[in-house]
Ligand binder design. Sequence first.
Ligand SMILES: [Zn+2]
Length: 188
Amino acid sequence: MTNLDHLWAGWRSDFIASAYGGGPKDGPAPDPCVFCRILASGLPDDEVHIIWRHPSGRAFAILNAYPYTSGHLMVMPTRHVAGVEDLTPEEAADVWEGVRAAVQAVKEAYRPDGVNLGANLGKAAGAGVPGHFHMHVIPRWVGDTSFMTAVAEARVLPEPLSESAAKLRASWERVALRKSSSIDELSR
Ligand SMILES: [Zn+2]
């Protein structure tokens, strides 16, 4: 596997599905999909690692239960739609707002050297949950690719998910506060 293959391996593997049952190893994702099951479960956001919900109810962000690196977030519409072209303009705007905030929260919480931002559209592209559009936000560090090569599929993580969730919630709030205070200043 070349370095480039490895660089993209994070996109091709969408491991959250196997955490909640179903997913790539067990064949096609069950219906309803894992994200819709989480949303319908009524479990507290803390327990399912939902980091953020748009006030509109149209978009949310959740930690990947089997992250490529710590802080691996996914941002998506609440509605079960597969394609980026299936989003309404309002959903697209709310998801994009979440993606922007997620990148800022990840940068603030983890101080990474870079961030991968992207989506797998369709099974062939590596989507683990192809029926429910979602964008990955993954903090990256210089040298983490070779680290992953060394550990292969072990996916040793430096921190538990609950810790990632707490960090990201706190940084997400700080980002939102800064945004609202700068909007106040603009309107003055
Ligand atoms: Zn769904």
